[in-house]
Design a binder for this molecule. Structure first.
Ligand code: FES
Length: 76
């Protein structure tokens, strides 16, 4: 899916930028160009950053390299 129409940047490129350490919209823009023209996609990029950081904080890797998921349970 195209995230940034102005630069034709796909979500995979934005995710790669975020995974490479771009944790602000401007940093993503510096990495792949998304969000650096009209700005219409900046909200979507910000959401993608938030989701990625939430996923990172929901997992941790222990000293043996095992991944642990932090699960939250809500009661309705
Ligand atoms: S759609 Fe991304 S800068 Fe215009």
């Amino acid at each position: 899916m195209i995230v940034c129409v102005c630069h034709g940047v796909r979500c995979t490129a934005v995710r790669a930028a975020i995974g490479g350490g771009a944790h602000t919209v401007d940093a993503v823009g510096s990495s792949c160009g998304a969000g650096t023209d009209c700005g219409a996609c900046r909200g979507m990029i910000e959401d993608m950053i938030d989701e990625a950081l939430e996923e990172q904080s929901a997992t941790r890797v222990d000293a043996r390299g095992r991944t642990h998921l932090a699960l939250s349970v809500s009661s309705a």
